[in-house]
Design a protein around this ligand. Structure first.
Ligand SMILES: *Cc1c(COP(=O)(O)O)cnc(C)c1O
Length: 435
């Protein structure tokens, strides 16, 4: 691990933060533990660029983990936020803005007959699981190893090595009794799912799945996997929850699951639909959603849920996401992938695995593209850390973890693409071949 990272002011800010904030951060991945060095502290962002406390400028390829799909401080969104904030930050009572964002989501996602806004993706998935359990009167939930669905107790579990028989909690503080109702299966393995459903199908309330796994580097679904999962669930009377917190409104306007032949009963959203404000949402089949209070017996509530400022930011973001913006995101991302692949080849880097799904890029150093969680865990993390720090020194802010996905924003233009090309050329040269 290198000892680099933030400049003198960032290092000072981090030392001060560490004395009060746990680990100096509010979310673990920000701590740079996975790549070494100290985190960069940011002062501001504009478009595709970020400025740190030391005045250094970066092309941002994290984009607040995907939320900043338009880049930083896009004027229509900032304007909408200012207007909403000027009328009051929160009333704990309904406003018309919730309906505005709900209509935009429902218009783009045919399966969303009813929706509920919450304040994070974690809450969205946790609540969707509760609704599914309430609706089916069943307890078990299936998730896939390497799928991240927020930090609620029951979903913080992955498979032990090899066959997933017992779910093991990933986190201290999660009682075994809670993950006992979580079944963890290997992603992209329809046979394993078929076998498990044959055994336990009748007690499964729901299957939660990221249609494109974007929290174990980037692992696209194999052909037939998602549609197969949909069939298994339907035959067992279990619901499917598509966790589109990353993919929703990023890969296309709406949800991506249907493009892979999966018709989810419920969907969860976050990140993009809040345009940088804290938002999550779950929605889907009317009969399932109507089990949620005040209409049904499933309780779920939130003091700041449907915050006017967040709703306004979300609606303005979705309005800005025109078909032309999605085409541009795709073009830019393809260009970056092409340039990096070429630059790696020229530098003799023989182990770069570059995956791309729309504006999501998976950067891994391994012998082959990761297709499973085990493979994702086995990528060369030290080489990623070296690449990360080389790119950082060249003014590119990548995800500070080899297991995260890289996010391209619509604010990245020809000038930034050129910066990225030059930075990659130098970084790959400094990295060299894998042995
Ligand atoms: C980020 C993420 C979540 C959790 O959202 P938070 O807003 O961080 O709570 C859930 N599911 C997926 C797929 C995510 O990427």
């Amino acid at each position: 691990m290198t000892g680099r990272g933030g400049g003198p002011r960032s290092r000072r800010a981090f030392r001060r933060a560490e004395r009060r904030l746990v680990g100096g951060v509010d979310s673990p991945v920000r701590s740079f533990r996975a790549v070494g060095g100290t985190p960069v502290f940011f002062a501001r962002g504009r478009g595709a660029q970020l400025w740190d406390l030391d005045g250094r400028r970066y092309v941002d390829l994290v984009g607040s983990w995907g939320a900043a799909i338009l880049g930083h401080a896009p004027s229509p969104v900032v304007r909408a936020v200012r207007e909403a904030a000027g009328r009051g930050l929160s009333f704990g009572a309904p406003t018309e803005l919730e309906h505005e964002l709900a209509e935009r989501i429902a218009a783009a996602v045919p399966g969303v007959q009813r929706i509920r806004f919450v304040t994070s993706g974690t809450e969205a998935v946790m609540s969707a699981v509760r609704a599914a359990r309430g609706f089916t009167s069943r307890a078990k939930v299936v998730k896939f190893a390497g799928g991240y669905h927020g930090h609620s107790d029951g979903l913080l579990a992955r498979a032990g090595s090899g066959v997933a028989t017992a779910a093991i909690a990933d986190s201290a503080g999660v009682p075994a009794s809670i993950v006992a109702d979580t079944i963890v299966l290997p992603y992209n393995d329809l046979d394993a799912a078929t076998e498990r459903f044959a055994r336990d199908g009748a007690s499964i309330a729901a299957v939660v799945v990221e249609p494109v796994a974007a929290n174990m580097n980037l692992v696209p679904p194999l052909p037939g996997f998602l549609s197969g999962i949909g069939r298994l669930a339907a035959d067992a009377g279990a619901l499917v929850i598509a966790d589109e917190v990353i993919t929703g409104f990023r890969l296309r306007r709406g949800a991506v699951a249907p493009e892979y032949g999966l018709r989810p009963d419920l969907l969860t959203f976050g990140k993009v639909i809040g345009g940088g404000m804290p938002v999550g949402a779950y929605g889907g089949r009317r009969d399932v959603m109507e089990t949620v209070a005040p209409l049904g017996p499933v309780y779920q509530a939130g003091t700041l849920a449907g915050s006017p400022v967040a709703m306004a930011a979300g609606a303005a973001t979705l309005d800005a996401l025109t078909p032309a913006v999605y085409r541009r995101l795709d073009r830019t991302s393809a260009e970056i992938a092409r340039s990096w692949t070429e630059r790696a080849g020229a530098a003799g880097v023989d182990d770069l695995q570059l995956a791309r799904v729309g504006s999501l890029l998976g950067v891994a150093f391994a012998e082959g593209s990761p297709r499973t969680y085990e493979a994702a865990l086995a990528v060369d993390r030290r080489r990623y850390a070296r690449f990360f720090h080389a790119m950082l020194a060249e003014g590119v802010y990548l995800p500070p973890s080899p297991l995260e996905t890289t996010f391209v924003s619509a604010a990245i233009g020809p000038q930034e693409t050129e910066t990225l090309d030059r930075a990659a050329a130098r970084s790959f040269r400094s990295l060299g071949g894998s042995r």
